[in-house]
Design a protein around this ligand. Structure first.
Ligand code: HPA
Ligand code: ZN
Length: 334
């Protein structure tokens, strides 16, 4: 099964580029940019990556992003992630970035987006990995800041396919962002949102109703609400689930208790994703292996995660058909 998973074609739909900052690169960039970090060694950084909930992670994650200053830094972090994609046979990836984490520190929006985009273009040319870019608003900040970020994105509309919503879920209802999401939709952006990670199923309903999202990031609390579950199944509303993240942030105590396989078997369009792999101990292959170790499955069921992700992605119908064929051929030959 591990061999099958390693070479299985994969599509990633929930990945924060700032969450791919490995301790080694953090130290390198801290040195290059003369930024102080509160760690003496790589081991010390890894020890600090022990979280008890989402907020305890976010505090460290925003601190780590301080070493990202120049366009080349954003290129380097993105390129390092794409090389991991190549190792894991990820054929297509849809990447989040958090502009406000950087603009709040005086880093220009252009610096961030140009660095990431340059790496994605090289990834397409040299590695054959296709990609889309989604900018997330931070839900702990206010509506005004989200509107400012949306206006900064205007000159980069050709590089950004959609807007999302991340950061602290509890205490920050999605309703605060209804107007800015509406404006983003009017400007032609697609929408997604984190919901039902730590928060209740009602947050998923609100994201669907108020933010008109094409898919839900996380969404695992949908199991609490049978009517919502029926809606997700009937309308094929995708969930971008992040198994190792959910264990590290104590959304579930153990992978055996995770509901992703139950949701798959019920017919929900669930997908497997790595979220913030440098912080949560694994990239795509690691997430697939962790799920199948805890929940014995057939190869065809495992491949369904990729088929679902292709369906849920923002690529063209022709490109979807091409990736489904690659995946189906691989499954048939395994
Ligand atoms: N949830 C909310 N905010 C985030 C996450 C997440 O999983 N990862 C990075 N920012
Ligand atoms: Zn996330």
């Amino acid at each position: 099964m591990k061999k099958f998973i390693q070479a299985l074609p994969k599509v990633e739909l929930h990945l924060h580029i700032e969450g791919t900052l490995e301790p080694e690169l953090m130290f390198e960039l801290a040195k290059r940019n003369n930024v102080d970090i509160p760690f003496q060694s790589i081991e010390e950084v890894r020890q600090a990556y022990s979280f008890h909930n989402l907020q305890s992670f976010l505090d460290i994650y925003y601190q780590g992003a301080n070493v990202l200053i120049k366009e080349q830094d954003f290129f380097d972090i993105t390129w390092a992630y794409l090389l991991r994609c190549q190792e894991d046979n990820v054929l297509h990836t849809e990447i989040f970035f958090d502009p406000q984490t950087h603009t709040a520190r005086g880093i220009a929006f252009d610096t961030v987006v140009n660095g990431i985009h340059r790496a994605l273009a090289k990834g397409s040319d040299e590695l054959g990995i296709s990609s889309k870019l989604i900018m997330c608003f931070l839900r702990h900040l206010d509506e005004k800041s989200a509107f400012e970020t949306l206006s900064q994105a205007k000159p980069h509309k050709d590089k950004i396919i959609g807007v999302g919503l991340d950061s602290t879920e509890i205490g920050h209802p999605v309703g605060k962002f209804e107007r800015v999401f509406n404006e983003a939709i009017n400007q032609g952006f697609l929408t997604v949102a984190h919901a039902g990670e730590e928060g209740p199923a009602s947050n998923i309903r609100d994201a669907l109703d108020l933010l008109k999202v094409a898919r839900i990031d996380h969404g695992v609390s949908c199991s609490e609400d049978n009517i919502l579950l029926d809606q997700l199944i009937a309308q094929r509303i995708p969930l971008t689930v992040c198994p190792l993240s959910n264990i590290k942030l104590k959304v579930f105590d153990q992978m055996e208790q995770h509901n992703i396989v139950d949701l798959l078997l019920k017919g929900v369009c669930v997908t497997i994703n790595s979220d913030d792999p440098a912080y949560f101990g694994g990239y795509m292959t690691d997430n697939f292996i962790a799920v199948t170790d805890a929940h014995p499955m057939e190869k065809a069921q495992v491949a369904q995660f990729t088929i679902n992700a292709i369906e849920a992605s923002f690529i063209s119908d022709e490109e979807k058909e091409r990736l489904v064929n690659i995946t189906q051929t691989y499954l048939d030959q395994s």
